[in-house]
Design a protein around this ligand. Structure first.
Ligand SMILES: Cc1ncc(COP(=O)(O)O)c(C=O)c1O
Length: 462
């Protein structure tokens, strides 16, 4: 039995999969505060037109340009691994496979879209990209990609992670990125938040506001904003993960897995592994597909499906998504990349349809899972990834109770070698379970009440 299932370079997928072509009910369009759909021209100060075209495309397969493939070959195709020792430890009849996205130079799935976005911006004549980062994985991925294609990169890093994870900031600097803690005094959005909440731990929503402001106010017009998750084109670029995994599973005789799992912050690594299998599910395959979120930030399991902004300063269009409200500032849990109030509209549409069934797991259960993972498989996972592992362990135990030889596939979205402070908190007994009280959810949702309502959507047959 092989622990590693590898593809040759020439077997890399040459097209991304666009689930918008197959959704049983089409996505609701992004709208302005007046409820009118946003046009491509309105997005032009923020994104280059070649990216906007991908964002609105409903073409099922989109060719990956050769120059992007050449950058991806640095770490792709990534290995699919079998977690034999975890299986043995759990005495489960389930087979556990994981797609190892930690092998990229910055250590996560994020470069899959970073190199694509940097390349499209460069093609469009852009000189500089701005972005936000939570845990620092996205910021380091974009700094890396900008270095490869020759763009400047400015990163607004959520304050709590900026303080907890100094080495990520150094990685960004090594790749030539300029990283500041967010909220910062460099933007109006940052200054406004600091005036109101001087000790705020920051949030992805605030950092996004800063990065968009920095892009649209650049007088040269040569700066654009780049987002590491949530949007359709980002999820599209990540589908290379699931497409490779499909080919790898096929090579060991697995047509479709029974369970597919990914942690979900804005939804990109989850969608990357899940969407190609969601297509199979739409076409009749029986697969449980589970996005996993922290109980500290439970937008999919307890948030509203509503129109909301992607950022705190309300600079983005309104997106129909599961949200806790853009003003929500999640507790400073160590899984910084999962501290986001909303979820990718494409994933939300799949949840509404019943194609994806989200779960929320507490950080203590996640760190217990991460520790067991390190003791059995040896790898030290990112705090975000521990949510997928905790869910995998739940599912493997369920398979044991049911006596079923299920195939479980999860996305190993990143390593935790730059995130050891969370392990320190766990090992010294400082980490506590955190469940968001109902009153806080109700309070956070207040900011949604004057927005256009997302029409009720019908649930599919799944
Ligand atoms: C390792 C890792 N996994 C998961 C995530 C969550 O992001 P997304 O939901 O876009 O995959 C992040 C975000 O920073 C991350 O760094």
């Amino acid at each position: 039995m092989n622990r590693k299932i590898l593809l040759q370079e020439q077997d890399i997928p040459k097209q991304w999969y666009n689930i918008a072509a197959d959704l049983p009910t089409p996505l609701l369009p992004p709208v302005g505060p007046d409820g009118k759909p946003i046009t491509a021209d309105m997005l032009a100060p923020v994104f280059p037109m070649n990216i906007i075209e991908q964002e609105v495309s409903t073409q099922r397969w989109i060719d990956i340009p050769a120059e992007i493939l050449d950058m991806l070959y640095r770490w792709r195709p990534s290995p699919l691994r079998r977690a034999l020792d975890l299986e043995k430890h759990l005495k489960t009849p389930a087979q556990i496979y994981f797609k190892d996205e930690s092998v990229s130079p910055p250590g996560s799935h994020k470069p899959n879209t970073a190199v694509a976005q940097a390349w499209y911006n460069k093609q469009f004549g852009i000189k500089r990209l701005t972005t936000e980062t939570g845990a620092g994985q996205w910021g380091s991925a974009l700094a890396f990609a900008c270095k490869l294609v020759g763009l400047e990169c400015k990163i607004y890093m959520v304050r709590i992670s900026f303080d907890q994870k100094p080495f990520r900031k150094l990685m960004m600097q090594v790749w030539g990125g300029n990283c500041v803690g967010s909220p910062s005094t460099e933007t109006q959005a940052g200054r406004n938040i600091l005036a109101q909440f001087p000790d705020t731990p920051g949030s992805l929503g605030i950092a996004i506001s800063e990065a968009i402001e920095a892009a649209v106010t650049d007088p040269t017009g040569k700066t654009r904003y780049s987002l590491g998750s949530v949007l359709n084109h980002v999820l599209l670029h990540q589908t290379i993960i699931g497409l490779e995994a499909k080919a790898q599973l096929k090579s060991v005789g697995v047509k479709t897995p029974d369970v597919v799992i990914g942690c979900a912050g804005g939804g990109s690594n989850f969608a990357g592994i899940a969407f190609p299998f969601t297509q199979d599910k739409i076409n009749g395959a029986k697969i449980d597909i589970i996005p996993v979120e922290p109980t500290a930030c439970p937008k999919m399991t307890r948030g509203k499906f509503a129109y909301d902004h992607g950022d705190v300063a309300c600079m983005t269009p309104l997106l129909a998504m599961h949200t806790l409200g853009h003003a929500f500032i999640p507790a400073p849990i160590h899984a910084g990349g999962l501290r986001y109030h909303g979820m990718a509209p494409l994933v939300c549409q799949c949840i509404v349809e019943g194609l994806h069934k989200p779960q929320a797991i507490d950080q203590v259960e996640c760190y217990e899972a991460a520790m067991l993972w390190a003791k059995t498989e040896g790898f030290i996972c990112a705090p975000e990834t521990s949510h997928a592992i905790a869910c995998t362990i739940r599912e493997a135990k369920k398979a044991k109770e049911e006596g079923k030889e299920k195939v479980i596939l999860f996305n190993y979205s990143g390593h935790g070698l730059m995130d050891l402070s969370g392990y320190d908190a766990f090992l010294t007994g400082k980490l506590k379970p955190y469940y968001l009280p109902d009153e806080e959810i109700l309070k956070a949702e207040e900011c949604l009440k004057n927005y256009p309502k997302a029409p009720a959507r019908k649930t599919g047959k799944w």
